[in-house]
Ligand binder design. Structure first.
Ligand code: NAD
Length: 501
């Protein structure tokens, strides 16, 4: 197509015309899995098979790690001048931008994300992340510490070697790039195991890295299942660190695999159950509700920091619920992800749809009151669609308050005092994010100090930039993505003491 697609029909035609890579990407080549196995890549909007992917296993992980190790040992990436690597990373970003229509269509077909979200959120964030970490490459500095004249002491930062990245399906490219950009900028080689539900865009990212001048073997991708390829990567003795985004349950397994193998470092970005607290003195209730809605329903609620626990002061309750329901109806149009008018697509799979429906049923059985959604049908039964859902009369012990749903479902609880709201917010195994809405700076400062979460928003939700470290407290993880310090987490410190006497 010579011009960019704009209408639903044009996007559908464009998506159908794309050449989809289905192999594993090792040493800059697409290859079949050694065992010759495959898995289907299924469209969540209509259940059709989009592609038949090579299914990598332990032998393919061995080959991908060996390729990375060879690249690491001959220094073809980390021994290049910092500004050469910086230029390659910037060229990579330029190529991603030049292929944005293709990447957007792949991701939209594969994961079900509305094509408009790809251009408003995912792609701009992917580009910003690669460019930010590219610009960090020649800003890493060591130190010469104070000694007496008989010695000199240098502290330097060196890459780790071969790093493994294991990523989820909710923002397939963006979650991968939050790992890949700092890993590569730090000078490491990487094997990526993308989520089996949505691997297509990551294969393209790797191909574009090589097209930008990235040396073969520096960035390899092995598609496959978590319990096979993911586990083999996490157990591999030549991998120095695993960087993971996904569920808390799998995060715990990875810590075990590290202990069983080579004690590799394990960086975890895991689940969340983020509270949004609405205090009675907030500036503008209507504006706050619009942001609260986006905080839970964007990306069909498949967001680790989704604000899925609304904590609303009793004095605001009736107005809050009435407007929340009306505005959700106005703000979301469910439909085919390739339709530019769609603002909520399907969930990633039928499996995820059934998980979410079971949680909706359980909330009703436990006594929460369904006031919005709760159904699976719109806009078609073959797709993995679940309507935006709100439960009121939720109580602290209910599963809908304690457990991650990872779908467009939220609970609402009322409180009478600030202390009560903070206690409810903190009563969770998770601590990824939280928001507080108040017009009083002193109140905001006090509540921020009391909340147990790694990311807190005051009078907003989800705002931020690359300068904001992103990660959780408690069982939401042990590391931070974004921000320049995350690049240092893919390096190790060397202390060299020179005897000059
Ligand atoms: P998941 O844990 O099921 O899978 C994530 C990745 O781990 C996939 O690539 C999967 O194949 C792999 N995996 C599964 N079992 C494995 C094993 N035994 N060994 C090695 N790898 C294995 O998570 P998901 O369902 O893909 O994603 C949703 C989860 O991700 C949610 O819990 C969400 O909160 C979390 N998430 C967290 C963040 C964050 O920054 N904290 C961001 C996005 C998503």
């Amino acid at each position: 197509m010579s011009t960019s697609p704009t209408t639903h029909a044009e996007w559908t035609t464009f998506a159908a015309s794309l050449k989809i890579e289905t192999g594993l990407f090792i040493d800059a080549q697409f290859v079949a899995a050694k065992a010759g196995e495959h898995f289907d890549c299924i469209s969540p909007s209509n259940g059709e098979v989009i592609a038949v992917m090579a299914k990598g296993g332990a032998a393919d992980i061995d080959a991908a790690v060996a390729s990375c190790l060879a690249a690491w040992q001959d220094g073809r990436w980390h021994q290049q001048a910092p500004r050469t690597r910086l230029a390659i990373m910037l060229k990579w970003a330029d190529l991603v931008e030049a292929h944005s229509h293709e990447l957007a269509a792949l991701e939209s077909m594969d994961m079900g994300k509305p094509i408009s979200d790809m251009f408003n959120i995912d792609l701009p964030e992917v580009l910003k992340t690669i460019r930010y970490f590219a610009e960090c490459i020649d800003k890493v500095e060591g130190a010469v510490t104070s000694t007496d004249a008989s010695a000199m002491h240098l502290i330097t930062h060196e890459p780790l070697g071969v790093v493994g990245a294991i990523t989820p399906w909710n923002y397939p490219m963006l979650m991968a790039v939050w790992k890949l950009a700092p890993i590569l900028a730090a000078g490491n080689c990487v094997v990526l195991k993308p989520a089996e539900q949505a691997p297509l865009s990551c294969l393209k990212l790797a191909q574009l890295f090589v097209a930008a001048g990235g040396p073969p073997g520096v960035f390899n991708v092995v598609n496959g299942l978590g319990a096979e390829a993911g586990k083999a990567l996490a157990l591999h003795p030549d991998v120095q660190k695993i960087s993971f985004t996904g569920s808390t349950a799998v995060g715990k397994l990875l810590m075990g695999y590290a202990g069983q193998s080579n004690m590799k470092r394990v960086a975890l970005e895991t689940g969340g159950k983020s509270p949004q607290i609405f205090l009675p003195d907030l500036y503008d209730l209507d504006a706050a509700i619009d942001r609260a809605i986006g905080g839970i329903y964007d990306n069909a609620g498949q967001v680790c920091n989704a604000g899925s626990r609304l904590l609303v002061h009793r004095s605001l309750h009736d107005r809050f619920v009435e407007r929340f329901v009306a505005r959700t109806d106005a703000l979301y149009r469910m439909g085919d992800p390739l339709d530019p008018a769609t603002t909520m697509g399907p969930l990633v799979s039928q499996v995820q749809k059934q998980n979410v429906l079971k949680r909706i049923q359980r909330a009703q059985e436990q006594g929460a009151q369904l006031v919005l959604g709760g159904n699976a049908t719109p806009p078609n039964a073959a797709g993995a669609y679940v309507a935006p859902t709100l439960f009121t009369h939720a109580t602290q012990k209910m599963a809908i308050v304690q457990e991650e749903t990872f779908g467009p479902v939220t609970s609402l609880q009322v409180f009478d005092t600030e202390a009560e709201a903070i206690a409810m917010a903190n009563d969770s195994i998770y601590g990824l994010a939280a928001s507080v809405w108040t017009a009083d700076l002193k109140t905001a400062h006090r509540v921020v100090g009391a909340l147990q979460a790694g990311v807190i928003w005051v009078n907003c939700f989800g705002d931020g930039d690359m300068t904001q470290p992103f990660g959780g407290y408690k069982q939401s993880g042990n590391s931070r993505d974004k921000y320049k310090d995350s690049m240092l987490s893919y390096m190790q410190t060397k202390s060299a003491w020179f005897n000059l006497a």
